[in-house]
Write a protein that binds this ligand. Structure first.
Ligand code: NAD
Length: 497
């Protein structure tokens, strides 16, 4: 059976130990992925360390040219890549194309790196003194990524890290590694020298090796909150720069004046697209007033029952399978929990069968009504095709509810009232806010990040924050003796005025 290998120093490298990779639509093991041990982690770090000095000294405009070619290759290979994503993740090919496009937008942003690294300059900051700040790469940096966006999330990280002059080690999810490896190979084809990007396949052994190595200067992590929190604590205690993006529970508030048809249609995509396995998926609809809740549920239930669900590689579907049997069972467990907690399951996807794919990890769309804040189905991230409706009396109550939640990744307000929209955007304790936009994922030239336990660290992912995360500021003050003669020693603290 084919082994998805590591990619170290520009070469593919297999391991004796492997992990199975499954096609979620069939339940079949289709490949094995290499599982890194400590020795392979060391090899990847050595390759990145050795490639660093020459890459750091390569002019930014030349590094940008590699990114231009990389973007072009990603576009040329897009159809093959989205097939691989869909086959191992389960999402539809159209959805996989959407994630790849958003990933490519980050490569496009990295093409502007000469402009982004220009630095800051002050002429004559003191008598005969010129002062400037520049932004230098850190060295070897690592990224650890989740299963749910195998192409996009790695592309949030390494194009900018590498364009800034760092060398990179990526540890992708072991659940869907094939597209990640294929994309890394394209960067080599685009002209990145061996060792500039390395891919380490495997599980926590690889992560811990990177985390504990003093040679890895910084780590970007995206995944679940418990792992993000512990990785942030361990990495920063070891002196690394760490950003760790975690889980989410994203609320959409529906005001009585909202266009209900529009809200229902867009909520369908935001809640059930990618089978709810998105960190920005809407998993709670907070309806202000019973009338809005009743009308929204009436609009949603037939749409949920009409969802077209099947193997993601087949075109024209709304939703594919969940990523693993274990994850599907965990999501189904929440349907039991919610029912026992007293919520009303008004759409139940458990009876779904996909003919010819009886062993696939499918679950139909599910909708709970009368969910209350103390329920586990409200508090915990389910990460599946399950939408919960919570009923409140006012916008202020909705804002207080969202602000009390431990997560603060994304949120949205459906309304026709500009004043309410402005108040919501000002007061809400959430990092990414949509007004009539249920998936407010920032474009590549802004930055992405949640608040509270959705992000550990100071800087957000991609965009301008990525330039700061992957570089170190250096402030330089310069004076040439011929421009300013010193005649005596001065002992007071120098100032510019
Ligand atoms: P996960 O936390 O299980 O895994 C993420 C990465 O960490 C993988 O590479 C995995 O191999 C590694 N890992 C797993 N267990 C580990 C351990 N004990 N020690 C060290 N490393 C470990 O997450 P997942 O299931 O792959 O992805 C889904 C989660 O990611 C959800 O919680 C989702 O909300 C979150 N997510 C967040 C964002 C965001 O931007 N905030 C984006 C995408 C996904």
């Amino acid at each position: 059976m084919q082994q998805i290998a590591h990619f170290i120093n520009g070469q593919s490298q297999t391991s004796e130990a492997t992990l199975p990779v499954t096609n979620p639509a069939t339940g079949q093991v289709i490949r094995q992925v290499a599982k890194a041990d400590a020795a392979i982690v060391e090899r990847a770090i050595a390759a990145a360390r050795e490639a660093f000095p020459a890459w750091r000294d390569t002019p930014p405009a030349k590094r940008a040219q590699v990114m231009y070619r990389f973007k072009q290759l990603l576009e040329e290979h897009a159809d093959r890549l989205v097939q691989l994503i869909s086959e191992e993740h389960g999402k539809t090919v159209e959805d996989a194309m959407g994630e790849l496009r958003r990933g490519i937008e980050n490569v496009e942003y990295a093409c502007g790196v000469p402009e982004l690294l220009k630095g800051e300059y002050s002429h004559n900051a003191g008598p005969g003194i010129d002062a400037w700040s520049n932004f230098q790469p850190l060295g070897v940096v690592a990224g650890i990524t989740p299963f749910n966006f195998p192409a996009m999330v790695p592309l949030w990280m390494y194009p900018m890290a590498i364009a800034c002059g760092n060398t990179f080690i990526l540890k992708p999810s072991e659940k869907d590694p094939s597209s990640v490896l294929a994309i890394a190979e394209l960067l080599g084809e685009a002209g990145a020298p061996p060792g500039v990007l390395n891919v380490l396949q495997g599980d926590r052994v690889a992560v811990e090796g990177l985390l504990d190595s003093p040679e890895v200067e910084a780590i970007s992590f995206v995944g679940s909150t418990p792992i993000a929190a512990s990785l942030y604590a361990r990495g920063s205690a070891g002196g690394k720069r760490v950003q760790a993006l975690g889980g989410a529970k994203n609320h959409a508030v529906v005001l009585p004046d909202a266009d209900l048809d529009n809200a229902a249609n867009t909520l369908m995509g935001a809640a059930f697209g990618s089978a709810g396995e998105r960190c920005m998926a809407i998993s709670v609809a907070v309806c202000v007033g019973d009338d809005s809740a009743d009308r929204l549920i009436e609009a949603l239930v037939p749409k949920i029952q009409a969802l077209k669900i099947g193997p993601g590689t087949q075109r024209g579907l709304d939703m594919g399978a969940l990523v693993t049997a274990e994850h599907r069972d965990k999501v189904m467990g929440y349907l039991e929990i919610g029912t026992q907690e007293g919520a009303r399951l008004v759409a139940d996807g458990r009876s779904l069968t996909v003919p010819g794919h009886e062993d696939g990890y499918f679950l139909g769309g599910c909708l709970f009504d009368r969910v209350t804040p103390e329920m586990r189905i409200y508090q915990e991230e389910i990460f599946g095709p399950v939408l919960c409706v919570v009923r409140v009396e006012s916008l202020d109550e909705a804002i207080a509810l969202i602000n009390a939640h431990e997560y603060g990744n994304g949120t949205c307000l459906f309304t026709a009232d500009g004043e309410a929209a402005r108040r919501f955007a000002d007061r809400i304790q959430v990092g990414m806010v949509g007004i009539n936009v249920p998936l407010p994922v920032p474009v590549a030239y802004h930055s992405f990040g949640g608040w509270k336990r959705s992000l550990f660290g100071d800087l957000h992912a991609y965009g301008p924050d990525a330039v700061r995360f992957y570089t170190r500021r250096k402030a330089i003050s310069q004076r040439w003796p011929s421009a300013f003669e010193t005649t005596h020693a001065e002992f007071h603290f120098p100032s510019g005025s």
